[in-house]
Design a protein around this ligand. Structure first.
Ligand code: CP
Ligand code: NVA
Length: 292
């Protein structure tokens, strides 16, 4: 059975710890592994991407492999070929399959039929590759993960859910502050509140994401901006967190909406490191999944 990475919780805690350590090693020596030499990785994008595409494409190349980027309209999937048949065929050629889609079920179905690892590169519910890069960034800043407290403020979306689920595996206390109607389900196991000031108290990092995700109805954008306005990540909010707290954002950002321009480009952010860390973390993930 191939090892898949759909929610991130497929990893055991010690595997996650090892992966973050390996990602740091690969960051220090980007050309030191040829785990994918002579092999291809299929990267299916049914939704737009900047970071995920360039970090996977560059990362696979650095591991000695060939990144095969496949957009929706380039696959027979768009003309009714089944996910099952697509999984069978891709598995005969590629060492792994990454997929970004607006349909969580499609990823599960691909994983059910693929004989190579399937990696979730973002769905409406999960973004576990982002969470790996977030953990690497936190590890770099604080030298540890266990016992850290992270406050996520804004929309309780895919990025927030993966931060909770993967963060919990690493011993991180994740609090999510979101208004009614935007909060995650209680069973997600984090501290959920409506009050951003309460969430950030004592937090080592304050994290936010866009207010309108790719899976949200664009017609709701104005309402979402109004409802989420009190949750903006600003210097004033960061001041209420622990001394030395950092600001995180998975990007793309909308300065003036979910984050102020001062924070996005200021001295307390580690956002651009986070964007770089996507590549290092995903290289370590690929090595782990293909058993290199
Ligand atoms: N953070 C992230 O996944 O960015 P992209 O949508 O640009 O890939
Ligand atoms: N929550 C955002 C993340 C983008 C990387 C979205 O799903 O569009």
């Amino acid at each position: 059975m191939p090892r898949h990475f759909i929610t991130g919780t497929e990893l055991r805690a010690e595997e996650l710890q090892g992966l973050i350590q390996r990602a740091a090693e690969l960051k220090a020596a980007p050309d030191s592994s040829d785990a994918l030499r002579g092999r291809s990785v299929a990267l299916i994008f049914q939704k737009p991407s900047t970071r995920t595409r360039v970090s996977f494409e560059t990362g696979v190349f650095e591991l000695g492999g060939h990144p095969m980027v496949l957009r929706t309209d380039e696959l027979q999937l768009s003309r009714g070929e089944s996910v099952r048949d697509t999984a069978y065929v891709l598995s005969r050629h590629a060492a792994a399959i990454g997929i970004r889609t607006g349909d969580d079920e499609l990823v599960s179905e691909m994983a059910a039929h693929a004989s190579v690892p399937v990696i979730n590169m973002l769905t409406p519910s999960h973004h576990p590759c982002q969470a790996l890069a977030d953990l690497l960034t936190l590890q770099e800043c604080f030298g540890r993960l266990d016992g850290l407290a992270i406050a996520y403020v804004g929309d309780g979306n895919n990025v927030a859910r993966s931060l909770i689920e993967v963060g919990r595996l690493a011993g991180i206390d994740v609090r999510v502050a979101a208004p009614d109607g935007y909060q995650l389900d209680p069973h997600d196991g984090a501290t959920l509140t409506g009050d951003p000031r309460e969430a950030v108290r004592g937090a080592n990092a304050v994290y936010t994401d866009v207010w309108v995700s790719m899976s949200d109805d664009p017609a709701s954008a104005q309402e979402r901006r109004r409802d989420l306005a009190p949750y903006r990540l600003s210097d004033e909010l960061l001041d209420l967190a622990a001394p030395g707290a950092i600001a995180l954002h998975c990007l793309p950002a909308h300065p003036g909406e979910e984050i102020t321009e001062q924070v996005l480009y200021g001295p307390r952010q580690r956002i651009w490191d986070q964007a770089e860390n996507r590549r290092h973390a995903q290289k370590a993930l690929l090595e782990l999944l293909i058993g290199a």
